[in-house]
Design a protein around this ligand. Structure first.
Ligand code: UDP
Length: 326
């Protein structure tokens, strides 16, 4: 089976490329390298943008792919609030052009990297797929609009899609060759590990007055290897004739910011310093997803816990202190 991995030079996409090619899939990669890294991809890479229809038509003419896994998106909630139109242009318009090109090429199966940001604020955790969607950020809104396009494209053109909604992805491939390298880095686990490496003096803890047991925000962390396993299962499900579905991905366990820092101290053996800082605007106190549906339908269960997530991320950070420039 030949699969186009769009956004395959990014953090999650590059893990998808590596793991799928190791499993024997024929993969082709597309990326505009705006945030992705050429060094993260060993397989065939087409450098271009999904908003460029001529580029996509040419790619689909050259490569007879059976399906697409779509990771192309700008994904920072804070930036999405400052540059909403840029997010709509990149994420929503980009997906529109991709779907148009797929339709013309007769490629009708797509696994889509969505986000639990489509749900917005909810009191009751864990979040299940039937919760109302009410995004509180432009980023979440773009992901919801991307899902909606697929829904209507299914009705008119017979697309089949699997949309995976997830929160906090971390960790790295256990062989340590690829990992998370965002610039600027905003995510907690890489920031904590940068502090362990001495690249930051301390970790700023954004708020300790939330209504949680230790006052810091609770999030649901998934190992990137588990996440890619879910994408592969979703792809196989569609290829076997499965109906379009939306799945949440979570570990069922949430960890607070302080618990993550403490776990990182244990894994690295380094006394990582922390300082309490003001809350970051837009951060809900607790986000935990239910994975009951994907476990029932696709048999997916996360295999890695928080210690393994940090251990594998640490292996990449230690060997790549300057990311892919190391
Ligand atoms: N966080 C923090 N300090 C940092 C980065 C993040 O306290 O330097 C907190 C953030 O407020 C949130 C959690 O860590 O509660 C996870 O944040 P991240 O940006 O990794 O992911 P998000 O939950 O925003 O998708």
């Amino acid at each position: 089976m030949k699969v186009l991995i769009a956004g395959g030079a990014g953090y999650i996409g590059s893990h998808c490329v590596k793991i799928m090619s190791e499993k024997g899939y024929d993969v082709v990669v597309l990326d505009n390298l705006s945030t992705g890294h050429r060094a993260a991809v060993k397989e065939k890479l087409y450098v271009g943008d999904i908003r460029d229809r001529a580029f996509l038509d040419d790619l689909f003419a050259r490569e007879k792919v059976d399906a697409v896994i779509h990771f192309c998106a700008k994904s920072l909630v804070g930036f999405s609030m400052k540059e909403p139109l840029d997010y709509f242009h990149n994420n929503v318009y980009g997906t529109l052009v991709l779907l148009q090109a797929m339709e013309k090429a007769g490629v009708k199966k797509i696994v889509f990297s969505s986000s639990a940001a489509v749900y917005g604020d909810h009191e009751k955790m864990p979040i299940t797929e039937d919760y109302p969607t009410n995004p509180t950020s432009t980023y979440g809104e773009t992901k919801l609009m991307m899902e909606k396009m697929m829904k209507w494209a299914e009705i008119a053109h017979g697309f089949k899609y699997a949309s995976l909604r997830y929160f906090n992805v971390a960790g790295a491939d256990p062989d340590g060759t690829i990992g998370e390298d965002h610039r600027p880095e905003t995510h907690l686990i890489p920031i904590v590990l940068q502090a362990a490496l001495g690249k930051r003096e301390f970790v700023e803890v954004y708020g300790n007055d939330y209504p949680t047991p230790d006052g810091t925000c609770i999030r649901d962390y998934i190992h990137v290897v588990d996440l890619i396993d879910a994408h592969i299962r979703a792809l196989e499900y569609l290829m076997e004739g499965g109906e379009s579905e939306i799945f949440n991905l979570g570990s069922q366990d949430g960890y607070s910011v302080l618990e993550i820092i403490e776990a990182a101290r244990e894994v690295t053996g380094i006394d990582i310093k922390q300082r309490i800082a003001p809350r970051r605007p837009g951060d809900p106190a607790k986000l935990v997803a239910s994975s009951e549906k994907i476990e029932r339908v696709l048999g997916w269960k996360p295999l890695f816990g928080i210690k393994e997530i940090i251990r594998d991320a640490w292996r990449f950070h230690k060997t790549h202190p300057n990311g892919f420039d190391s």
